[in-house]
Ligand binder design. Sequence first.
Ligand code: PHE
Length: 340
Amino acid sequence: MKERIKQLLDEVSRMTATNTEELEALRIKYLSKKGEISQLFNDFRNVANEDKREVGQLLNQLKNAAQAQINTLKERFANQQETAQHTDLTRTAEPVKLGTRHPLSLVREEIIDIFGRIGFTVAEGPEIEDDWHVFSALNFPPEHPARDMQDTFFVERHANDVLLRTHTSSVQVRTMLRQQPPIRMVFPGRVYRNEAISYRAHCFFHQVEGLYVDKNVSFADLKQALLYFAKEMFGTETEIRLRPSYFPFTEPSAEMDISCLICGGKGCPFCKHTGWVEILGCGMVDPNVLRNCGIDPDVYSGYAFGMGVERIANLKYQVKDLRMFSENDVRFLEQFEAAY
Ligand code: PHE
Protein backbone atom coordinates (compact mmCIF):
# COMPACT_ATOMS: atom_id res chain seq x y z
CA MET A 1 0.00 0.00 0.00
CA LYS A 2 2.75 2.44 0.91
CA GLU A 3 4.47 1.68 -2.35
CA ARG A 4 1.28 2.38 -4.30
CA ILE A 5 0.78 5.69 -2.52
CA LYS A 6 4.34 6.81 -3.29
CA GLN A 7 3.90 5.85 -6.91
CA LEU A 8 0.70 7.89 -7.15
CA LEU A 9 2.33 10.85 -5.40
CA ASP A 10 4.94 10.86 -8.11
CA GLU A 11 2.33 10.53 -10.88
CA VAL A 12 0.19 13.31 -9.49
CA SER A 13 3.08 15.75 -9.21
CA ARG A 14 3.79 15.35 -12.92
CA MET A 15 0.22 15.48 -14.17
CA THR A 16 -0.63 18.04 -16.88
CA ALA A 17 -3.53 18.78 -19.17
CA THR A 18 -3.86 20.80 -22.37
CA ASN A 19 -7.54 21.67 -22.02
CA THR A 20 -10.37 21.63 -19.48
CA GLU A 21 -11.74 18.27 -20.67
CA GLU A 22 -8.43 16.58 -20.04
CA LEU A 23 -8.27 18.22 -16.65
CA GLU A 24 -11.74 16.94 -15.74
CA ALA A 25 -10.68 13.43 -16.79
CA LEU A 26 -7.74 13.64 -14.42
CA ARG A 27 -9.96 14.78 -11.59
CA ILE A 28 -12.26 11.79 -12.17
CA LYS A 29 -9.33 9.40 -12.42
CA TYR A 30 -7.88 10.34 -9.05
CA LEU A 31 -10.38 12.21 -6.92
CA SER A 32 -13.93 11.09 -7.81
CA LYS A 33 -15.77 8.65 -5.56
CA LYS A 34 -14.53 5.73 -7.61
CA GLY A 35 -11.14 7.37 -8.32
CA GLU A 36 -7.85 5.77 -7.43
CA ILE A 37 -7.25 7.83 -4.31
CA SER A 38 -10.76 7.22 -2.97
CA GLN A 39 -10.17 3.51 -3.55
CA LEU A 40 -7.10 3.69 -1.36
CA PHE A 41 -9.12 5.38 1.36
CA ASN A 42 -11.55 2.46 1.16
CA ASP A 43 -8.70 0.01 1.53
CA PHE A 44 -7.40 1.90 4.54
CA ARG A 45 -9.44 -0.21 6.96
CA ASN A 46 -7.43 -3.28 5.96
CA VAL A 47 -4.16 -1.66 6.99
CA ALA A 48 -2.58 -3.16 10.09
CA ASN A 49 -3.17 -1.06 13.16
CA GLU A 50 0.48 -0.27 13.82
CA ASP A 51 0.81 1.12 10.25
CA LYS A 52 -2.39 3.16 10.25
CA ARG A 53 -0.76 6.36 11.49
CA GLU A 54 1.92 6.45 8.84
CA VAL A 55 -0.25 5.31 5.95
CA GLY A 56 -3.00 7.73 6.96
CA GLN A 57 -0.57 10.66 6.76
CA LEU A 58 0.71 9.55 3.38
CA LEU A 59 -2.82 9.18 2.05
CA ASN A 60 -3.78 12.69 3.13
CA GLN A 61 -0.61 14.01 1.62
CA LEU A 62 -1.49 12.35 -1.67
CA LYS A 63 -5.02 13.67 -1.71
CA ASN A 64 -3.86 17.24 -1.02
CA ALA A 65 -1.16 17.04 -3.65
CA ALA A 66 -3.64 15.83 -6.28
CA GLN A 67 -6.12 18.55 -5.38
CA ALA A 68 -3.44 21.25 -5.44
CA GLN A 69 -2.11 20.18 -8.81
CA ILE A 70 -5.59 20.16 -10.33
CA ASN A 71 -6.32 23.61 -8.91
CA THR A 72 -3.12 25.04 -10.43
CA LEU A 73 -3.98 23.66 -13.84
CA LYS A 74 -7.53 24.97 -13.55
CA GLU A 75 -6.26 28.45 -12.75
CA ARG A 76 -3.98 28.41 -15.77
CA PHE A 77 -6.89 27.65 -18.11
CA ALA A 78 -9.00 30.35 -16.54
CA ASN A 79 -6.25 32.92 -17.21
CA GLN A 80 -5.92 31.82 -20.81
CA GLN A 81 -9.63 32.21 -21.35
CA GLU A 82 -9.54 35.67 -19.92
CA THR A 83 -6.86 36.84 -22.39
CA ALA A 84 -8.76 35.27 -25.25
CA GLN A 85 -11.78 37.30 -24.26
CA HIS A 86 -9.77 40.51 -24.32
CA THR A 87 -8.53 39.98 -27.90
CA ASP A 88 -10.59 42.21 -30.14
CA LEU A 89 -10.91 40.28 -33.35
CA THR A 90 -12.63 43.15 -35.14
CA ARG A 91 -9.74 45.57 -34.66
CA THR A 92 -8.00 46.62 -37.91
CA ALA A 93 -4.59 45.06 -38.40
CA GLU A 94 -1.34 46.92 -37.80
CA PRO A 95 -0.26 48.46 -41.14
CA VAL A 96 2.27 46.27 -42.94
CA LYS A 97 5.44 48.25 -43.59
CA LEU A 98 6.16 48.30 -47.30
CA GLY A 99 9.75 48.05 -48.43
CA THR A 100 11.39 50.98 -50.20
CA ARG A 101 12.93 51.11 -53.63
CA HIS A 102 16.69 51.31 -53.67
CA PRO A 103 17.86 54.84 -54.60
CA LEU A 104 19.90 53.43 -57.49
CA SER A 105 16.81 51.67 -58.85
CA LEU A 106 14.84 54.89 -58.55
CA VAL A 107 17.45 56.86 -60.47
CA ARG A 108 17.98 54.15 -63.10
CA GLU A 109 14.23 53.98 -63.73
CA GLU A 110 14.04 57.75 -63.99
CA ILE A 111 16.86 57.87 -66.56
CA ILE A 112 15.24 55.09 -68.61
CA ASP A 113 11.90 56.85 -68.37
CA ILE A 114 13.29 60.18 -69.60
CA PHE A 115 14.96 58.61 -72.63
CA GLY A 116 11.89 56.45 -73.19
CA ARG A 117 9.92 59.62 -73.83
CA ILE A 118 12.13 60.40 -76.86
CA GLY A 119 11.96 56.92 -78.32
CA PHE A 120 14.75 54.99 -76.59
CA THR A 121 14.05 51.36 -75.71
CA VAL A 122 16.03 49.23 -73.24
CA ALA A 123 18.49 46.37 -73.80
CA GLU A 124 20.56 44.38 -71.34
CA GLY A 125 23.50 42.02 -71.67
CA PRO A 126 25.83 39.74 -69.70
CA GLU A 127 28.08 41.01 -66.88
CA ILE A 128 30.67 38.33 -67.61
CA GLU A 129 32.04 39.22 -71.04
CA ASP A 130 34.92 38.55 -73.35
CA ASP A 131 37.66 40.89 -74.46
CA TRP A 132 36.23 41.40 -77.91
CA HIS A 133 32.83 42.77 -76.80
CA VAL A 134 34.29 45.00 -74.08
CA PHE A 135 37.45 46.25 -75.80
CA SER A 136 38.42 45.07 -79.29
CA ALA A 137 35.14 45.77 -81.06
CA LEU A 138 35.15 49.19 -79.39
CA ASN A 139 38.43 50.16 -80.99
CA PHE A 140 40.62 49.85 -77.90
CA PRO A 141 44.23 49.43 -79.09
CA PRO A 142 45.93 46.22 -77.81
CA GLU A 143 48.12 48.12 -75.36
CA HIS A 144 45.33 50.24 -73.86
CA PRO A 145 45.64 50.43 -70.04
CA ALA A 146 42.01 49.42 -69.49
CA ARG A 147 43.00 45.95 -70.64
CA ASP A 148 45.42 45.74 -67.76
CA MET A 149 44.78 43.69 -64.59
CA GLN A 150 45.04 46.99 -62.73
CA ASP A 151 41.76 48.16 -64.17
CA THR A 152 39.82 45.08 -65.20
CA PHE A 153 38.76 41.97 -63.31
CA PHE A 154 39.54 38.78 -65.18
CA VAL A 155 37.44 35.75 -64.45
CA GLU A 156 40.14 33.25 -65.33
CA ARG A 157 43.55 34.13 -63.99
CA HIS A 158 45.64 33.05 -66.95
CA ALA A 159 43.19 33.61 -69.76
CA ASN A 160 42.81 37.29 -70.55
CA ASP A 161 39.65 36.67 -72.48
CA VAL A 162 36.93 36.18 -69.88
CA LEU A 163 36.35 39.27 -67.79
CA LEU A 164 33.79 41.36 -65.94
CA ARG A 165 32.55 44.15 -68.17
CA THR A 166 33.97 47.55 -67.33
CA HIS A 167 31.17 49.40 -69.10
CA THR A 168 27.83 48.54 -70.71
CA SER A 169 29.20 49.60 -74.11
CA SER A 170 29.55 45.84 -74.62
CA VAL A 171 25.77 45.70 -74.86
CA GLN A 172 25.90 48.40 -77.55
CA VAL A 173 28.19 46.08 -79.50
CA ARG A 174 25.86 43.11 -79.01
CA THR A 175 22.90 45.19 -80.14
CA MET A 176 24.58 46.49 -83.30
CA LEU A 177 25.66 42.94 -84.21
CA ARG A 178 22.07 41.79 -83.87
CA GLN A 179 20.21 44.49 -85.72
CA GLN A 180 20.68 47.10 -88.43
CA PRO A 181 19.83 50.78 -87.83
CA PRO A 182 17.76 52.60 -86.84
CA ILE A 183 18.88 51.74 -83.31
CA ARG A 184 17.77 53.94 -80.44
CA MET A 185 18.41 52.28 -77.10
CA VAL A 186 19.66 52.69 -73.55
CA PHE A 187 21.72 50.05 -71.75
CA PRO A 188 21.43 49.92 -67.96
CA GLY A 189 23.56 47.57 -65.93
CA ARG A 190 26.23 46.86 -63.35
CA VAL A 191 29.87 47.21 -64.29
CA TYR A 192 33.14 46.30 -62.55
CA ARG A 193 36.49 48.01 -62.24
CA ASN A 194 39.49 47.08 -60.18
CA GLU A 195 39.50 50.15 -57.93
CA ALA A 196 40.35 50.48 -54.27
CA ILE A 197 37.08 50.94 -52.38
CA SER A 198 36.67 54.36 -50.78
CA TYR A 199 33.96 56.96 -50.25
CA ARG A 200 34.31 58.01 -53.88
CA ALA A 201 35.13 54.76 -55.75
CA HIS A 202 33.90 51.19 -55.65
CA CYS A 203 34.88 48.03 -57.49
CA PHE A 204 31.42 47.89 -59.01
CA PHE A 205 28.91 50.55 -59.97
CA HIS A 206 26.02 51.06 -62.36
CA GLN A 207 25.74 52.70 -65.72
CA VAL A 208 23.15 53.71 -68.22
CA GLU A 209 24.65 54.09 -71.67
CA GLY A 210 22.79 55.17 -74.77
CA LEU A 211 23.15 54.66 -78.52
CA TYR A 212 21.44 56.19 -81.51
CA VAL A 213 22.47 55.01 -84.97
CA ASP A 214 20.63 56.06 -88.12
CA LYS A 215 21.18 58.00 -91.34
CA ASN A 216 22.38 61.58 -90.80
CA VAL A 217 22.74 61.48 -87.01
CA SER A 218 24.81 64.51 -86.01
CA PHE A 219 26.57 65.94 -82.97
CA ALA A 220 23.78 68.52 -82.79
CA ASP A 221 21.29 65.67 -82.25
CA LEU A 222 23.47 64.37 -79.42
CA LYS A 223 23.68 67.74 -77.76
CA GLN A 224 19.93 68.30 -77.99
CA ALA A 225 19.11 64.88 -76.53
CA LEU A 226 21.49 65.46 -73.63
CA LEU A 227 20.19 68.95 -72.97
CA TYR A 228 16.66 67.55 -72.83
CA PHE A 229 17.84 64.82 -70.45
CA ALA A 230 19.60 67.29 -68.12
CA LYS A 231 16.55 69.54 -67.88
CA GLU A 232 14.18 66.63 -67.26
CA MET A 233 16.45 65.06 -64.67
CA PHE A 234 17.69 68.12 -62.78
CA GLY A 235 15.17 70.85 -63.58
CA THR A 236 14.52 73.31 -66.42
CA GLU A 237 17.04 75.84 -65.08
CA THR A 238 19.88 73.38 -65.68
CA GLU A 239 22.52 74.32 -68.24
CA ILE A 240 24.97 71.98 -69.93
CA ARG A 241 28.55 72.33 -71.13
CA LEU A 242 30.41 69.95 -73.44
CA ARG A 243 34.19 69.66 -73.06
CA PRO A 244 36.36 67.89 -75.66
CA SER A 245 37.58 64.52 -74.41
CA TYR A 246 38.82 61.16 -75.66
CA PHE A 247 37.32 57.67 -75.82
CA PRO A 248 38.58 54.97 -78.20
CA PHE A 249 35.04 54.25 -79.42
CA THR A 250 33.84 57.78 -80.19
CA GLU A 251 35.20 60.54 -82.40
CA PRO A 252 34.81 63.35 -81.62
CA SER A 253 34.32 62.71 -77.90
CA ALA A 254 33.15 64.97 -75.12
CA GLU A 255 32.42 65.09 -71.44
CA MET A 256 29.28 66.80 -70.30
CA ASP A 257 28.98 69.02 -67.24
CA ILE A 258 25.78 70.44 -65.82
CA SER A 259 25.51 73.70 -63.92
CA CYS A 260 25.92 72.99 -60.20
CA LEU A 261 22.60 72.15 -58.59
CA ILE A 262 23.68 73.34 -55.18
CA CYS A 263 24.85 76.85 -55.95
CA GLY A 264 23.18 77.32 -59.34
CA GLY A 265 26.57 77.89 -60.99
CA LYS A 266 27.94 80.55 -58.63
CA GLY A 267 30.58 78.22 -57.20
CA CYS A 268 30.53 76.20 -53.96
CA PRO A 269 32.49 73.37 -52.30
CA PHE A 270 30.28 70.77 -54.05
CA CYS A 271 31.38 71.87 -57.54
CA LYS A 272 34.86 72.76 -56.26
CA HIS A 273 34.03 76.41 -56.96
CA THR A 274 33.80 75.88 -60.71
CA GLY A 275 30.01 76.13 -60.99
CA TRP A 276 29.95 72.90 -63.03
CA VAL A 277 29.78 69.17 -62.26
CA GLU A 278 30.68 66.43 -64.69
CA ILE A 279 27.98 63.83 -65.31
CA LEU A 280 28.70 61.82 -68.46
CA GLY A 281 30.89 60.92 -71.43
CA CYS A 282 29.64 61.00 -75.00
CA GLY A 283 30.57 61.34 -78.66
CA MET A 284 29.94 60.25 -82.23
CA VAL A 285 30.39 56.50 -82.67
CA ASP A 286 33.78 55.87 -84.28
CA PRO A 287 33.37 54.52 -87.86
CA ASN A 288 35.68 51.63 -86.89
CA VAL A 289 33.19 50.54 -84.23
CA LEU A 290 30.28 50.60 -86.67
CA ARG A 291 32.37 48.59 -89.13
CA ASN A 292 33.37 46.04 -86.46
CA CYS A 293 29.72 45.53 -85.69
CA GLY A 294 28.59 45.05 -89.28
CA ILE A 295 27.14 48.53 -89.86
CA ASP A 296 28.26 50.54 -92.91
CA PRO A 297 29.77 53.85 -91.67
CA ASP A 298 29.33 55.38 -95.14
CA VAL A 299 25.56 55.02 -94.82
CA TYR A 300 25.02 55.41 -91.10
CA SER A 301 26.31 57.54 -88.26
CA GLY A 302 25.50 57.50 -84.59
CA TYR A 303 26.04 59.00 -81.19
CA ALA A 304 26.66 57.30 -77.87
CA PHE A 305 26.77 58.41 -74.26
CA GLY A 306 27.34 56.78 -70.91
CA MET A 307 26.73 57.85 -67.33
CA GLY A 308 27.18 56.45 -63.83
CA VAL A 309 23.93 55.94 -61.93
CA GLU A 310 25.68 56.47 -58.57
CA ARG A 311 26.95 59.83 -59.77
CA ILE A 312 23.48 60.99 -60.81
CA ALA A 313 22.04 59.67 -57.54
CA ASN A 314 24.73 61.58 -55.63
CA LEU A 315 23.73 64.78 -57.38
CA LYS A 316 20.05 64.23 -56.69
CA TYR A 317 20.34 63.06 -53.09
CA GLN A 318 23.81 64.34 -52.08
CA VAL A 319 25.00 61.03 -50.70
CA LYS A 320 28.52 61.75 -49.50
CA ASP A 321 29.79 58.17 -49.32
CA LEU A 322 29.40 55.91 -52.34
CA ARG A 323 29.62 52.82 -50.14
CA MET A 324 26.21 53.60 -48.67
CA PHE A 325 24.65 52.37 -51.90
CA SER A 326 25.84 48.81 -51.42
CA GLU A 327 25.76 48.39 -47.64
CA ASN A 328 22.02 47.82 -47.32
CA ASP A 329 21.74 49.81 -44.11
CA VAL A 330 17.98 50.22 -43.68
CA ARG A 331 18.44 53.56 -41.91
CA PHE A 332 19.87 54.85 -45.19
CA LEU A 333 17.46 53.03 -47.49
CA GLU A 334 14.32 54.00 -45.55
CA GLN A 335 14.92 57.64 -46.40
CA PHE A 336 13.85 56.98 -49.98
CA GLU A 337 10.42 55.76 -48.92
CA ALA A 338 8.52 58.68 -50.37
CA ALA A 339 10.65 59.05 -53.48
CA TYR A 340 8.35 57.13 -55.84
N1 PHE B 1 31.86 53.68 -71.91
C1 PHE B 1 32.29 54.91 -71.31
C2 PHE B 1 32.72 54.65 -69.88
O1 PHE B 1 32.39 53.64 -69.34
C3 PHE B 1 31.22 55.95 -71.33
C4 PHE B 1 30.90 56.39 -72.70
C5 PHE B 1 29.91 55.77 -73.43
C6 PHE B 1 31.59 57.44 -73.28
C7 PHE B 1 29.61 56.17 -74.69
C8 PHE B 1 31.29 57.86 -74.53
C9 PHE B 1 30.31 57.25 -75.24
O2 PHE B 1 33.39 55.45 -69.28
